[in-house]
Write a new protein. Structure first.
Length: 734
C-alpha cells in the first residue's frame, strides 16, 4: 500500500477481526509531537493505515501533510534493509551488502586502530533530532561515545541561541500552558510560521480569533501564517531585538508598563527603562527594522493595551527563525522581557512561548551518563562540521565520523566544504539511516535504521504538556535495527562494561521517567496506553507570581551574571554578521538577505525523497520582490543562480510581494539528487555562530542573484560548483 488510500470503514469500531490498532507518536522535530494510531493487518504484519489519534487532548486526531503520508516513508522502495559496505568512490553511492556481524566488526576494528594511533578524540559522533524520542535521540549512543572518550558534539544547530537568551531573562525557556492560549486576545507570531510548523497551536490561535483575538505576524517573509494573519509586519531580517527594544521605549514613554509586576517579580526595570528611552527612539528603530514609525507605535499600543482594547491578555509565539543570526540570543532575550513589562505573565496561556521542553523534568543524565566523559575532552560545535572535517580545529584530526539521526551533507552550513570533508579518503564514516541520504553516499559503512513504527520509545514535547510512549506497530523491515540496539552491539564489540549497555529499552524508559514534580506518579504503563498530562495545574501560568528559576528568583531585565561575565547586562541590539547596514562593503557585492526556512512538504531534509511530498513542493524556488527582480531582469519561471563567496545553487524565480525588498527566500533543504545542480541554499550559508549559545546563523546570509543564462556567461558552465570566480569559499566572518 502506498499510504494514500483510506481502507478503514467509517466506524472505527467495525474493524475487521484481523486488523489491530496500535498507538504511537510522531518522532520528528516539531513542537506538536502528535499522537497517531497505526492499523496493522495481523495476517501479514503490514501497516495498512496511519492517522492522528482522536483521543489525544492536544493534537486531536489530525496530522500535518507530511506525517499523513508516513506509510509511504516506511514502505518506500528505497528503504535500506541490510548493512552495506562502500565499493566505489566516496559520494558515488556504490555499495555491496554485508552482514551485521561483518559491519560491527569492521567498525570496532577501525575504532580500535584510530584510538591506538590518534586517541579516542579522533572519533566524532554526529547526530541531532531525526527522531526526538528519549531513547533514540540520546541514550546508549551517548554512553558508548562518552565511555570511548570520543570528541563531544555540541548539538547547537537548532535552538541553543534562543535557549541562552531565554535563560538570561527567565532562567528557563519561555513557556506557557499552550491549551490555555485560547484565552489570549492579542497573539503575535514572531518569526514563527505557526500555521505550518506548529499546526495544532495554529488551531488554538484560530479558536482565540473566533472569540475576538487579533493575530499579528512579524516576519520578513509572507509565510502562510503571515498571509492568514490580521496584520503582517515585514521586518528586516535579524533586527528583532531592535523592534523589541523600540516597543519597550514606547511602553515606558507612555507609562503602559505593569509597575506592580515589575516591582514584585523583576530586577533591573529602572536600568532597562533608562536604556531604551535613551538608546532606542522609534525613529532609530524604524531605520534598523525597516518598519514605519506608525506601525511600530501601533504595535506597541495594541500589544501593551491588549486587555483594555481587545478584552484579554497578549501572547508572543516565538520560534527558532528569530535566533538564526549573529544577534539571535539577544533577540530572544529582549523579546522575552516584554511580557514582564506588560504583566502578561500573570495570565494562563499568555506571556511568551518558545518551548515547553523544560516543564518535564526527565532524568536525561541517567540515560546519557555525561559523568563518563574524560576530563579535558574537546567539544566540537556541530555547526562547524566543515572546519572539523578539514582539520581546522584544535586537537587530533577527525579520523572517524558516525552519523545518525542527521543528514549533514544536506543540512549543514557551508555545504561545499562539508562535502569536501566527507570525501576525504582517510576519513572512516558510518551512517545509520533509513535511506541512502546525501551523507550516506559518502559512508564506508551504512547501517539500516528502523522507522518509528518498528521500535519502542518515550516522548516529551516542546509544544505541549503530555508524556507519550511510542508502541512498535510492526516488526523491523529487513535487518533494520534501532539506535539503541546498534550501540549495544558496538559496545559489546568494543568490550565496554555490560552495565552501560545491557538495559533493554523499556528499562531505560522507566529510568528516564523516574522523577519528581511534574512527572511524579506517571508510570510507563500509563503512557503506553495513551498521552498523560504532566502534573501541573490546569490552566498553568508558571510565572504568574514570579518564581523564575534565575539566581535572583525574578525576571532578570538586568543580569548580574552577564555583568560578571564582562558582557552587557541589559538587553541590546546585536546586528547580524552580514547586515547590509553594518557591512556595506559586503552588501555592495551581495546585496540580498537570503532566508531558507523549511518547505511545508519537508521537515528540514526529511521527506524530500517521498514522491508525493516532493511533487507537492514542486521545484526549488526563490521568492524575490518585484523591485529586486526588475533590476536583474528576472521574471517568474526563470531559472536563477543564487551565490556568494561560499557557493551557489539554482532555483526557479517566483516574483511577488511575499518578501520585502532586499530579501529573498528559498524553501527547503533539497537533496543533491533532486536539486538542479546538486546544491541547496546551504551552499551559501556560513558557519559563523550566534552571539551566545554557539547557535547556527542560517538566516544571516548575504547573496546575489542572477538569471541562470547570465550567471553562466559570467562564470562559465565549467566553473567549479559552489564557488564564484575570484573569491574563496570561506565566510567573510571567518
Amino acid at each position: 500500500m502506498d499510504g494514500t488510500k483510506n481502507p478503514l470503514p467509517q466506524e472505527q469500531n467495525s474493524l475487521p477481526e484481523e486488523w489491530v490498532q496500535i498507538k504511537g507518536v510522531c518522532p520528528h522535530d516539531c513542537p506538536d509531537t502528535c499522537g497517531w494510531v497505526v492499523t496493522v493487518d495481523r495476517r501479514t504484519g503490514r501497516a495498512v493505515d496511519l492517522r492522528g489519534d482522536p483521543d489525544h487532548p492536544f493534537t486531536r486526531g489530525f496530522l500535518c501533510q507530511k506525517v499523513a503520508r508516513y506509510l509511504e516513508r516506511v514502505y518506500h522502495r528505497d528503504r535500506l534493509l541490510y548493512p552495506l559496505e562502500r565499493v566505489g568512490p566516496k559520494g558515488a553511492g556504490q555499495f555491496r551488502r554485508i552482514s551485521w556481524p561483518e559491519a560491527i566488526a569492521q567498525i570496532a576494528d577501525r575504532f580500535r586502530t584510530i584510538i591506538a594511533q590518534d586517541g579516542p578524540q579522533a572519533i566524532l559522533p554526529y547526530s541531532y533530532a531525526g527522531t526526538m524520542g528519549k531513547l533514540m535521540y540520546g541514550s546508549i549512543d551517548r554512553r558508548f561515545f562518552h565511555r570511548l572518550g570520543a570528541s563531544v558534539l555540541a548539538r547547537t544547530i537548532c535552538s541553543t541561541a534562543g535557549e541562552e537568551g531565554c535563560n538570561i531573562t527567565l532562567g528557563t525557556r519561555a513557556m506557557i500552558d499552550p491549551e490555555a492560549a485560547v484565552h489570549c486576545r492579542y497573539i503575535i507570531n514572531w518569526g514563527s510560521n505557526t500555521a505550518v510548523t506548529n499546526v495544532h497551536f495554529w488551531r488554538i490561535e484560530h479558536e482565540a480569533r473566533r472569540q475576538g483575538a487579533r493575530i499579528v505576524t512579524i516576519d520578513p517573509y509572507r509565510s502562510p501564517t503571515a498571509a492568514r494573519s490580521d496584520w503582517w509586519l515585514p521586518i528586516r531580517p535579524g533586527t528583532d531585538a531592535a523592534l523589541a527594544l523600540g516597543l519597550m521605549h514606547i511602553i515606558f514613554r507612555e507609562n503602559w508598563q505593569d509597575a506592580d509586576y515589575l516591582q514584585r517579580y523583576c530586577v533591573g526595570a529602572e536600568a532597562l527603562r533608562e536604556r531604551v528611552l535613551r538608546d532606542y527612539p522609534v525613529e532609530r528603530v524604524s531605520h534598523i527594522t525597516g518598519l514605519p514609525v506608525a506601525n511600530i507605535e501601533q504595535l506597541a499600543r495594541e500589544y501593551a493595551c491588549a486587555r483594555s482594547v481587545f478584552g484579554g491578555p497578549a501572547l508572543i509565539r516565538l520560534n527558532y527563525g528569530v535566533q538564526r543570526h549573529g544577534g539571535g540570543a539577544m533577540a530572544v532575550r529582549a523579546i522575552t522581557c516584554l511580557p514582564a513589562l506588560t504583566g502578561d505573565w500573570r495570565y494562563p496561556g499568555a506571556g511568551a512561548f518558545l518551548s515547553t521542553s523544560k516543564a518535564y523534568g526527565f532524568d536525561d543524565t541517567a540515560l546519557t551518563r555525561p559523568d563518563l566523559i574524560p576530563p579535558g575532552t574537546r567539544v566540537i560545535n556541530m555547526v562547524q562540521l566543515a572546519e572539523a572535517l578539514l582539520g581546522e580545529l584544535e586537537g587530533p584530526p577527525i579520523r572517524a565520523l558516525f552519523v545518525y539521526n542527521a543528514n549533514p551533507a544536506t543540512v549543514c552550513p557551508d555545504q561545499n566544504r562539508v562535502r569536501a570533508g566527507l570525501a576525504r579518503e582517510d576519513l572512516f564514516t558510518v551512517v545509520h539511516d533509513l535511506f541512502l541520504t546525501d551523507t550516506a553516499a559518502y559512508a564506508d559503512i551504512v547501517l539500516p535504521a528502523t522507522s518509528q513504527l518498528e521500535h519502542f520509545d518515550l516522548h516529551s514535547s516542546y509544544g505541549h504538556l503530555y508524556v507519550q510512549a511510542n508502541n512498535p506497530a510492526i516488526a523491523p523491515l529487513g535487518e533494520a535495527k534501532p539506535n539503541t540496539e546498534v550501540f549495544r552491539l558496538l559496545a559489546q564489540a568494543m568490550g565496554l562494561e555490560e552495565q552501560l549497555w545491557a538495559d533493554d529499552d523499556e528499562t531505560l524508559a522507566a529510568l528516564c521517567l523516574h522523577g519528581r514534580g511534574p512527572l511524579e506518579g506517571i508510570t510507563l504503563a500509563a503512557v503506553r496506553s495513551g498521552p498523560v498530562r504532566l502534573n501541573l495545574p490546569r490552566p498553568w501560568a508558571p510565572f504568574a507570581e514570579g518564581k523564575f528559576p534565575t539566581p535572583s528568583g525574578k525576571c532578570e531585565l538586568y543580569s548580574e551574571r552577564e555583568a560578571r561575565a564582562g558582557r552587557d547586562p541589559l538587553p541590546h541590539y546585536v546586528p547580524p554578521h552580514e547586515d547590509p547596514q553594518t557591512r556595506p562593503d559586503l552588501a555592495a557585492r551581495y546585496p540580498l538577505q537570503l532566508l531558507s526556512p523549511p518547505a511545508p512538504s519537508f521537515l528540514n531534509s526529511t521527506f524530500v525523497n517521498v514522491d508525493s511530498l516532493r511533487q507537492q513542493a514542486g521545484e526549488p524556488t526563490l521568492e524575490i520582490h518585484p523591485q529586486d527582480a526588475e533590476s536583474r531582469q528576472i521574471r517568474t519561471g526563470d531559472w536563477v543562480v543564487i551565490f556568494n563567496d561560499r557557493g551557489r545553487f539554482r532555483a526557479k524565480a517566483k516574483v511577488g510581494p511575499t518578501v520585502r525588498p532586499g530579501v529573498v527566500v528559498s524553501l527547503g533543504n533539497w537533496w543533491k539528487r533532486y536539486a538542479p545542480d546538486g546544491a541547496n541554499s546551504n551552499a551559501t550559508t556560513s558557519t559563523a555562530l550566534s552571539d551566545l549559545g554557539g547557535g547556527a546563523t542560517f538566516f544571516d546570509n548575504l547573496v546575489e542573484v542572477r538569471r541562470a543564462e547570465e550567471a553562466e556567461q559570467r562564470v562559465g558552465p565549467g566553473a567549479k560548483q559552489g564557488v564564484s570566480p575570484g573569491v574563496g569559499s570561506r565566510s567573510p566572518e571567518s
